[in-house]
Design a protein around this ligand. Sequence first.
Ligand code: IVH
Length: 670
Amino acid sequence: MPSVSTTQARINELSSSIHQYNHSYYCSSDSESSLLGCNDETYDSMVRELEELEKQYPEFRLEDSPTVHVIGKPNTAFPTRNHKTPMLSLGNIYSFDELFSWDADISKRLGGQKPSYVCELKIDGVAVSLIYRNGFLEAGVTRGDGTQGEEITSNIKTISSLPLMIKDKSNLEVRGEVYLKRKNFNAINQQRAINGEPLFKNPRNSAAGSLRLLDSTETRRRKLDAFIYNISEGGPQETHTGNLDYLQQLEFPVNRETIKADSIEDAVEYCRYWEEHKQELPYDIDGIVLKVNALKHHRQLGFTSSSPRWATAVKFSSEQAVSVLREVEIGVGRTGNLTPVAILEPVELNGTTVSRATLHNYDQVDRLNLHLGDHVTLEKGGEIIPKIVAVDPTLRSETAQKIEPPSNCPSCGSPAEHTAGDVEWRCPNKKCTTQQMEQILHFVSRRAMDIDTIGPALIEQLMDRHLLQNAADLYLLSHEDLSGLERMGDKSADNVLTGIDKSRQCTLSQFIHALGITNVGEKTAGILARHFGTLEKLMSAEGADLEMIEEIGPVTAENVFCFFRNPEQKQLIADFLTRGVRPREEQILQITDSPLTGKTVVLTGTLSEPREVWKKRLILAGAKVSSSVSSKTDYVLAGENAGSKLLKAEKLEVSVIDEGAAMNFLENEN
Ligand code: IVH
């Protein structure tokens, strides 16, 4: 534990660095003063560390602590203006694990309801508030310190995508981000280089500087852009998507990539997609913003001292760190896969200490030519466990031992098996305790049967006492079995049994996912459940029935078919059923056959109805909706002001249809 005086000194140091950084970030427009050698992740980790220390030692919190004030102080060159509603910032999330916890916390606060989310790009620009009175743009204000910003109206008026006049004659205040497209940023810097002026570090600094120029003619030359993402006063105020539609009707620039996600998994998919494709956008983004859709939920969820609980930023991570490989541990998965895990010298990465990294499989180990003691470069993707992205062979000793695949399972000692062409090494022993434990852990996990009263320690104890061999045995457990265990009182035993009992009424897709069929994750389980409707129909499906499902490939179809023909699995399922597990039937998706059935469609431009409406309509017609145009795209459904996707469609000679043509297709059954 650190001594009290070190803690106090650290609090002082962090507070001062954060204040300094805030000042440079928000109050300076040139490139030099806006960095101070600190990136967003370091900054966020400093804030987190300070918050943590202040929580533990409130007596050392400084009166002007940057954690209690929203950052930044207004500059004096422009008149200041109070924000009617404070302009807050967002909490940051760096891993999907954190995101799942955030989602679980939201559901808990909403009394168990699972909300819909809106996923938006986090534009890397400058936040502004725009105030419209009687339909006219009265003022544009920067965020400043969150309660008071700078009035930069004449510069805002140079942004051609922002309306100066709107149809809504009541008072409306909207919030958004002013940004600079990369091509415009490059042009500005080219000109600055010619003029011998210092270069802007990035488009965000450049946008901030341009907004605070005293000469609006120069601001206009910089060709700023904006996206509006919130209404803070006025508007329909029922759902966030409703507000965005309204903003679009009023001709505000609303980002087209925004989607509604009905589950956190869909939101994760969106985050993954954009982390990979962000370079295809003409502007910079530094993450994704997730917002709860229903505004009544916003009111229920409220705010922390500096940010709303109903929204969060999921930040893309890019930080790397170098560490040394101490050893390679072998994990045994639920299907017997033997997965190498790197054990490393602890190192700081994105604000956390990292001592393990996933190596995926031995093909990856081979590709990296990994040796014990190697200096390795780590990177955190979206996942909590970082990965090794590079190895430095020049620092390797001549006697270093190469990492080789295992000869035996580290749990049961069975000889490891490997099929030529397969990337995995496996433990073939179906009775291997670690495999069985992993299967049960998967079965009870949140995205499978969701029995949250059971964790690894309890499973281990029950297996040690031979009360549990497989997941079906959970449904035989009695109060006496449980109450004799370590740290298990009467009440905890009841809770465990209630959790198990509740899971008897699971959905069919939960149950299929929980069975742990190779290649059948949550999404495929959902597809199978909706296609077959009942467990009986799925179990008796022939290979051809499975292969005709669009999203199911031949390997998965084969796995599913073999799984339900395996006598051990058949017995296990029979045990689940006789012990009262009753997977609920699911609605079979009714696909009306039309010329769009089975086709891949990309939506682009401003459509007369929300994208979600079109997406649902197309999916119900059996079409696949994709977000990027490729040679596999069958149709691009283009609305007004379609941009790069339309150009790409034309280049690839993909058919472009409008809403009328799409409607004709949908109404014209095959
Ligand atoms: S919503 C209560 N949505 O990210 C805060 N912010 O700290 C509401 N940003 O200050 C902000 N894109 O400058 C929101 N789609 C988006 C955004 C976005 C960029 C910025 C904004 C905000 C910061 C979060």
